[in-house]
Ligand binder design. Sequence first.
Ligand SMILES: Nc1ncnc2c1ncn2[C@@H]1O[C@H](COP(=O)(O)OP(=O)(O)OP(=O)(O)O)[C@@H](O)[C@H]1O
Length: 226
Amino acid sequence: MSVIRFDGVGHRYGDETVLDGVDLELAERRVGIVGANGSGKSTLARMINGLVTPTSGTVTVDGLDVARHGREVRRRVGFVFTDADTQIVMPTVREDVAFTLRRHRLDPGTAAARVDAVLERFGLADLADRPAHRLSGGQKQLLALASVLVGEPAIVVADEPTTLLDARNARRIAEHFATLDQQLVVVSHHLELLESFDRVVVVEGGRIVADDVPDRALDAYRALIG
Ligand SMILES: Nc1ncnc2c1ncn2[C@@H]1O[C@H](COP(=O)(O)OP(=O)(O)OP(=O)(O)O)[C@@H](O)[C@H]1O
């Protein structure tokens, strides 16, 4: 298991403090993060792969400071955004998945085999040559997940990956997440997704206010939001 550490982490956007005094060590296979809108969850999640760097304190992944070793950290930590459109960068489905491997120095045959395997796994093989932007919302989120997983990261961080999906597609994505070998950190408002996790962290006003097994942490969160 990889170890994600937050030591005295704070973050400010201009004058607004959005995270304050966060100390966390995450080494479980399945960690959920919950909190009200604007509580700081996305900012916290983005720090795990250096998309956002702390304005105080440090975040490390397996001892690598994300602010100083962004590239190595991003190889270990894949990030799935809420809105798959923000992460689709290439014209076709196959090209978008292959784009992740551009810096992996694989020979073309190995790279193509990895892309094919991941397309097959996510039910995208028949759509491989389609324009990526014309997929349905559910298919786009599968593509986003495929594009992250083809890089074989040790950790996957997902920021509300089911929020924009209908119930059926949200369930499909949740089922795919359940099968991942990777260590997972998932920010979600879909609390049932986190019930089977190992640990849930509750964020409120930029601080960790509960950190426990799902039953207890989710009860604390429900009490908090009334
Ligand atoms: N790039 C940014 N520039 C300025 N302020 C920001 C930026 N990103 C987030 N914020 C502010 O930081 C605070 C925390 O935002 P964050 O997205 O981390 O919260 P969240 O808990 O993920 O919210 P939500 O559940 O609504 O996604 C909010 O007040 C938000 O407006």
